[in-house]
Design a protein around this ligand. Structure first.
Ligand SMILES: Cc1cc2nc3c(=O)[nH]c(=O)nc-3n(C[C@H](O)[C@H](O)[C@H](O)COP(=O)(O)OP(=O)(O)OC[C@H]3O[C@@H](n4cnc5c(N)ncnc54)[C@H](O)[C@@H]3O)c2cc1C
Length: 477
């Protein structure tokens, strides 16, 4: 399924970047070394690492006095110059980084690790948890080092259980994980019934697990990265949907990509297409599937003062970011992140629309052009119902939007070389949790592409490596 036109507008896209509908050249070129399909966080990060340490084009020209006319020559300069021509292709009418996130850079160091532990065992759970922590640190360092203005704010995040039985189950898991020596738990603090509610500000919290995280304006971060990519030589082509990739490369070793603007060829094609990957890369149509999510921006308006001597005061501040869980280890009903301007971005609202028998409303659909209607009244009542001291606060819902999330049948991203298709690569399927996963997956995949590094030496968890076995298992799922 391809992205649909006229998607609902997320809060993040209220200030559009100059590059939002940018095309570096009016036409697609006939051929180049690498094409990245998809210009979200994954596509922008892949280009960033591919271009960062590649040779200076000025140097390449010095070695190749043919200059621009030498672009397609088969000699040393071909690698150098062609290598710098990346095409980041976007679907028609689907705005850049449309689906991005509710703005949490939140390594899932407790409930995510607990779930992974139950599915895959201790060693893999620890590997994945530490990888998410490393990613969060890498994103923070990137934002700092590149001077990216994206409101990245370090916060204490939480995982609050509002059901006593589930809270008790979560605590039992936590104790077991402590006994097993899970390293990510060094970053987790447990609060029981006596202070879970007061620390989190979440009404009725029975158990709370807090850990460091950050909130971020994802669109600003990705657009800044794309600007760096272009400055480093990338060619960005927005609003260009790749509809088809050839089954085999041509005799010169180039894969052909068909778009409504014509075809283009590349020796290597990386799919940073996340939820939509299976539409073009058909072998992934079972392995990566879509589900609709929704978010809202709520702006608190303090209660009207009852007399002139009273002044309207801002509401009690809850924990800056929190997931409100209904089942242990990891089933989030809703989650929120406080923004610098005092507004709250809330995501989830699951109980309002994930109703048995109504899977068509959210499962395996890519319709982000319409709202998930039952979620709209849910968001209107959310703040007063969920946050302590917000009963009298009118939470004005400024914006509600729909986004398409990516799930994989075995709950792990697909990263690496597409089985049986040398030259095609994938970095997708982030399970609705791309912020603490994408960057180092992209960096690892670039090591495979540039240095021929074995996947096992990329630092990316082994269970993320795409494989024929995983694809086969997905068809039987
Ligand atoms: C409502 C919602 C809330 C979320 N909240 C969070 C959160 O708080 N924290 C978190 O970590 N994650 C969150 N996520 C998930 C997060 O947004 C993703 O994991 C992240 O965006 C992954 O980045 P990506 O670049 O792989 O994919 P995307 O950002 O989806 O980018 C893929 C790009 O590829 C393009 N594309 C697809 N097919 C084609 C094609 N055929 N041709 C050309 N271009 C194509 C798409 O248009 C898109 O721009 C949320 C997602 C949603 C929908």
């Amino acid at each position: 399924m391809f992205p649909v036109p006229n998607s609902t507008l997320p809060h993040w896209r209220t200030e559009l970047h100059d590059l939002d509908s940018h095309r570096s050249t009016p036409e697609l070129p006939d051929k180049q070394d690498i094409v990245i399909v998809g210009a979200g966080f994954a596509g922008a990060s892949l280009a960033y690492y591919l271009l960062k340490d590649s040779p200076d084009p000025v140097q390449a020209e010095r070695h190749d006095p043919g200059g621009q006319t030498g672009l397609l020559r088969r000699d040393w300069s071909e690698w150098c110059v062609l290598h710098r021509l990346f095409y980041l292709l976007m679907p028609m009418d689907h705005e850049l980084v449309q689906s991005m996130s509710s703005g949490h850079l939140r390594p899932d160091v407790f409930s995510g690790v607990a779930r992974c532990l139950q599915m895959r065992g201790l060693a893999i759970a620890n590997e994945v948890g530490l990888f998410e922590l490393a990613n969060a640190e890498a994103v923070t360092a990137l934002v700092r080092d590149e001077g990216i203005a994206c409101d990245l704010t370090p916060v204490t995040s939480g995982c609050a259980f509002v059901d006593d039985a589930e809270g008790a189950k979560a605590k039992k898991l936590y104790d077991e994980m402590v006994a097993l020596g899970c390293p990510t738990l060094e970053h987790v603090t447990y609060h029981g019934a006596e202070d879970a509610e007061s620390v989190s500000g979440v009404k009725g919290a029975w158990a709370l697990f807090t850990f460091p995280a950050a909130t971020i304006w994802p669109y600003k971060m990705v657009m800044h990265l794309l600007a760096l990519d272009i400055a480093n030589g990338a060619n960005l082509q927005t609003n260009t949907s790749v509809q088809e990739v050839s089954q085999t490369p041509d005799p010169d070793g180039y894969w052909t990509l068909k778009t409504p603007r014509g075809s283009t060829r590349a020796r290597r094609v990386v799919f940073g297409t996340n939820a939509y990957t299976g539409a073009v890369l058909l072998e992934y149509k079972h392995a990566i599937y879509t589900n609709r999510g929704t978010c809202a921006r709520i702006v608190p308006v303090a209660a009207v003062p009852s007399s002139e001597s009273d002044s309207a005061s801002p509401p009690r501040q809850p924990l800056a970011s929190c997931g409100i869980c209904v089942r242990s280890p990891g089933s989030m009903e809703s989650y929120y992140g406080m923004q610098l301007d005092g507004s709250v971005i809330v995501g989830g609202a699951r109980s309002s629309f994930r109703i048995p028998g109504q899977e068509g409303l959210w499962l395996r659909t890519v319709d982000d052009a319409s709202l998930i209607e039952p979620a709209v009244p849910y968001f209107a009542a959310w703040a007063g119902k969920m946050l302590l001291g917000w009963e009298d606060v009118e939470g004005r819902v400024e914006k509600v939007w729909t986004g398409i999330m990516e799930n994989t049948t075995d709950e792990a991203p697909h990263v690496g070389e597409v089985p049986g298709k040398p030259g095609l690569l994938i970095c997708a399927g982030f399970e609705g949790y791309g912020m603490p996963n994408v960057l180092l997956c992209a960096k690892g995949l670039v090591k495979v592409m540039e240095d021929g590094c074995p996947f096992s030496e990329t630092g990316v968890p082994a269970c993320y490596e795409t494989s024929l076995e995983r694809l086969r298992a997905a068809t039987q799922h």
